[in-house]
Design a protein around this ligand. Structure first.
Ligand SMILES: [Zn+2]
Length: 300
């Protein structure tokens, strides 16, 4: 996919039609070419820097599979990939018994990885988080079990038997501009000088355009119209899908609440084009859709 955001566009075939095919699944699980994408307590397994890394560590089958519940991610470059979460183990690296591997936060290495690897790690992280948070039925409270190669959790109470599907929470992220200036904001707790686009979760009963306008108004007091879609990005930190927009400002006066944001400013396009990150202004991380929204707007 052309110009996909980081953690997307990896070219993974999710083969969803195979998720109920028990014979095919066991064949893939036993196959020596199959690879496992391991997660542990929100972190992904990667090669350490002093080996050949940073890179994703995809392991062939091994003893670490015992007692685990692999989740089919799909096919990538002619191989099947399964995610496996080792969070129940205190010392997962000992269990793997291999050198030059570490569990780390994907955001630390994500921008350095080839797209396919980044996409597989993000997918594995997202689905592991969902499994961990849905071990019990939200309807009746009974335990759930993993089915359909890990893409459904079914309630084990026969009288209930509710199916629960992996969740993704839609969040809007928007660059507000008035033609030649754009609005960037700083949140309490962010590194010094870092300013980014506004963002927020979509609420039940709300359209994406309404969510954009509401969040911008709540956080900065600015009114917007002409909300146009840019692109999306899976952001499993822990469970979001970022939906990127441009929005045109109808008012200019900024009012920040001091809680969600402690600063917001208008920045001239010309200024940003000539600026390098420093303590007064730092643009968002390179793997984020926020950065992409700013960079694409600067080129317009
Ligand atoms: Zn239930």
């Amino acid at each position: 996919m052309k110009n996909a955001n980081f953690y997307a566009g990896g070219g993974i075939d999710r083969v969803s039609v195979r998720r109920k095919d028990a014979a095919w699944l066991s064949e893939q699980l036993a196959h020596r070419e199959t690879r496992f994408v391991l997660t542990w307590r929100g972190q992904n397994l990667v090669l350490t820097k002093d080996s050949t890394g940073p890179g994703a560590a995809f392991l062939p089958r091994g003893d670490f599979l015992e007692g685990g519940e692999p989740v089919l991610l799909g096919l990538w470059e002619d191989r099947a990939y399964f995610a496996l979460d080792l969070s129940q183990h205190e010392t997962p690296l000992e269990r793997l018994g291999m050198a030059a591997l570490e569990f780390t936060d994907l955001r630390r290495v994500g921008p350095l990885l080839p797209r396919g690897e980044g996409s597989l790690l993000a997918y594995a992280r997202g689905i592991a988080y969902w499994h961990e948070r849905h071990r019990f039925c939200g309807v009746c409270g009974a335990p759930t079990r993993s089915e359909e190669a890990g893409h459904v959790r079914r309630c084990t109470n026969a009288a209930c038997a509710a199916s629960h599907f992996p969740r993704t929470d839609p969040a809007v992220i928007m660059l507000v501009h008035d033609g030649e200036r754009c609005l960037l904001a700083h949140k309490p707790g962010w590194p010094g000088g870092m300013h980014s686009t506004l963002a927020g979760f979509v609420e039940p009963g709300e359209s994406l355009e309404e969510a954009v306008a509401r969040e911008v108004f709540e956080e900065t007091g600015i009114l917007v119209d002409e909300v146009t879609y840019h692109s999306s990005q899976p952001w499993p930190f822990p469970a979001s899908l970022m939906l990127g927009f441009y929005a045109r400002a109808r008012s200019r006066a900024i009012q920040v609440d001091g809680e969600e944001l402690d600063d917001a400013q208008w920045y001239e396009r010309r200024f940003l084009l000539g600026h390098n990150d420093d303590d007064s202004l730092r643009l968002p991380r390179r793997d984020s859709i926020a950065r992409r929204l700013v960079e694409d707007w600067l080129k317009r």
